[in-house]
Design a binder for this molecule. Sequence first.
Ligand code: SF4
Length: 207
Amino acid sequence: MSLARLIQIQSDIRVCRDCPAMVGRPVHGSAILSPIYLLGQAPGPREESFGRPFAYTAGRTLFRWFEETSGVSEDDFRARVYMAAVARCFPGKGKSGDRVPNREEIENCRRHILRETQVLKPKLLLPVGKLALCEVLGARHFPASAKLVDVIGKSFQIDFHGQHVDVIPLPHPSGLSAWHKTEPGKTLLKRALGKIVDHPVWREFME
Ligand code: SF4
């Protein structure tokens, strides 16, 4: 029943054309009934052709983080973690790197997140990058003045679309960002990954 609903939600996402400025078509991960929900920013230019999120260089970095920390391969990760994004379409290029989805696009796409979380009822939520952090933590835990150092390496208990979830934020693995390669980012990233793989939901579902 739940799987059928999730498949229907993904089918609805695939035909969504609500944001005229988006360059790419919607991309989503596999329909997995997982208690672990990863929320990225938006697909890059290559993800649509691969037909899955985090399919290129940022994904390679993200999956390497988890492989090195817990031994979970990319295939296992994709098979067990539900992978979503704040916006499901490639926004096109901005002044430096990919364009950040605008407020209207974020609001349009939020209904997909809402429907997914109603079905999945996640227990562990992993926002990746600032946009996803804003979407999940909101102004209370991640105000406009906050920086990644304020939240990476910490965990939060919040209500997210009616679900009580543990949130462990991650920085964006983009090659354009040096944050996770230099201190204090390196140490805080390691701390965050350690918290994820020590989390009871991760241990129960991934090991
Ligand atoms: S970004 Fe989201 S709401 Fe906008 S067209 Fe793509 S799937 Fe639809």
